[in-house]
Design a protein around this ligand. Structure first.
Ligand SMILES: [Zn+2]
Length: 197
């Protein structure tokens, strides 16, 4: 109860009354807190091919006591979300215009998305592994005692120079919470997450 799915359109829809950016939430599909975009397969869509009528809600207008609901139409083509329109005419026109080029575009987007996720995971795992190695190295130095540790640190620093490219950033090493820093650097849309590969 109370669950819904989110549909993201680019650019986002704006409220025709107050101009607020609107979030599209719907209970027409499986209401499993799933995020759909144009090109997403919606296996739980109530129609195989057709238009699903819903409404677009503006919480700003609702709070101000104005009418807050507008029509919204999901265009479904063989269980794929082919469009999101604000008039029935536009939705029917979109449904009639789906073609092979749309399929290629959606396929391309899906494959690109998959590659990006793999790369992000690989970069994230590499940093976690580097941190793990760093902690083990520091622990070994502590265990070996300060004098031996000093020598180790020097030889270690020398040995690491050729691999500087794969070292953890200073932001991570100097952070009071390095694991949290790793997580934040690898969050989606973080510029640090795009610096390699
Ligand atoms: Zn509004």
């Amino acid at each position: 109860m109370g669950l819904f799915d989110t549909v993201i359109v680019d650019p986002p829809f704006l409220c025709e009354r107050c101009g607020a950016e609107l979030e599209i939430q719907t209970k027409e599909f499986d209401s499993g807190m799933t995020t759909y975009r144009i090109g997403s397969v919606i296996s739980s869509s109530p129609v195989v091919v057709g238009v699903v009528e819903d409404s677009l809600f503006c919480s700003a207008c609702h709070s101000a006591g104005r009418a807050a609901s507008d029509p919204l139409y999901f265009v479904i083509w063989h269980h794929i979300l082919a469009g999101v329109e604000r008039t029935q005419e536009a939705a029917l026109a979109r449904l009639a215009s789906v073609d092979r080029l749309d399929l290629i575009t959606w396929l391309d987007q899906a494959q690109k998305g998959e590659r990006e996720w793999r790369q992000r995971f690989r970069r994230f795992r590499r940093d976690v592994e580097l941190w793990h190695e760093h902690v083990e190295r520091e622990n070994a130095k502590l265990a070996a005692g300060s004098a031996a540790g000093e020598a180790d640190r020097e030889s270690d620093a020398a040995a690491r120079v050729p691999f500087r490219f794969f070292l953890l950033s200073d932001e991570i090493l100097n952070s009071p919470d390095p694991l949290a820093e790793i997580l934040s650097q690898h969050e989606e849309h973080s510029p640090e997450a795009d610096w390699m590969f």
